[in-house]
Design a protein around this ligand. Sequence first.
Ligand code: PA5
Length: 425
Amino acid sequence: MVNVTYSGNYADVMTDDKKQKLKQIHDGLYEKTGAGSDFLGWLDWPSGLSQSFLNNIKSTAEAIRGQADVLIVIGIGGSYLGAKAVIEALQPYFDKNPDFEVLFAGHQVSGAYLKELMAYVDDREVALNVISKSGTTTEPALAFRFLQKYMKERYGNEAAERIYVTTDEEKGALLTLAKEKGYKRFVVPDDVGGRYSVFTAVGLLPIAAAGFNVEGLVEGARAAENELKAFDAEDNAAIRYAAIRHDLYEQGYTNEVLATFEPKLSFVQEWWKQLFGESEGKEHKGILPLSVVYTTDLHSLGQYIQDGKRDLMESFLIVDEADEDLEVFEAENNADQLNYLSGLSLHDFNLVAYKGVSEAHLSGGVPQIGIHVSKLDEYNLGYLLYFYMLSCAYSAYLLDINPFNQPGVEDYKTAIFKLLKKPGY
Ligand code: PA5
């Protein structure tokens, strides 16, 4: 489960008006009558997932691990961040000889990156998973053009058995290509947008291929779906988080800094930024999502957060228990003068640091929200990601914004295509 704490008085947040508005949002969500409700497929997706779907994901992941040492996942935005977030959160920091690696491409445009990637995998067996709901996004399409050629040159006709495509069921250039070449296909459901797609094949196939327990992830998401469904203005964590940040926004705190002491969560932060930024930032409204990793950033942005312009709220994503830890030991000569920490684990140091930083930033005028998960495993990540998606929908609706479209991302594309003289622009 996820526990949400607040430095202010929650009774001041949850006024009768706010409760009424949230109840309307709740009913609109579950009766699928709110703005953008064609894209609510993610809401009951975890509970609707069939065992045969999961078995297909798991057996395909096994087949990929059987034929390759490296899976290159090609995608951008919601078509890569969910998988990247979960894999980074669960994999070890260092692995000298990984038996299998998941790498990413098409999430930027860089000739150097692609060249070095192809050189890096050249002495290993490779498979590709190309992910694009629209099937027409330029960055992944460009990366796939190069990597498809690379696969053809390395594997000849056998390349087709090493290429997996996740896209729309009925339309898009990628679908046409996949059908023509006979690539194995997975579907991005019509009613699930990219940033809400981590529990579909978009996220699950790369995560399973990386060797993680997708059933545990889905189980966590199902628990969240079930526990956060009821309207409870006090105890529903998704409603609490949305209500608090909205209340702060109305008081002029228009930026939210998501802070964590767990470096493995830095891509969960990236996923969160995309989820909230792309869902809420419309019609000249929305909270700007920012992120910091502590204690690293206490030596950088910490100064600004403590003392800079006062339009920030800070939410801490805290993992209560550590899997791996070290205890500070007593040193004979105490030359570094750290013996006062003897017996304290490094995780406990971070929990104390959380308390200290939170008090200091609060005294500097930065309101504090705490998001607590018990540990970093598949189940808790599944719960956390679902919690954030649901809370994001409440948050956007509190601003009277459709959470599920992204009209703003078209503008830059049109500008680039015009400059590149793309036919039709
Ligand atoms: O959340 C979204 O909808 C976007 O970030 C998309 O995931 C991103 O633009 C990639 O789109 P596509 O999957 O169509 O290539």
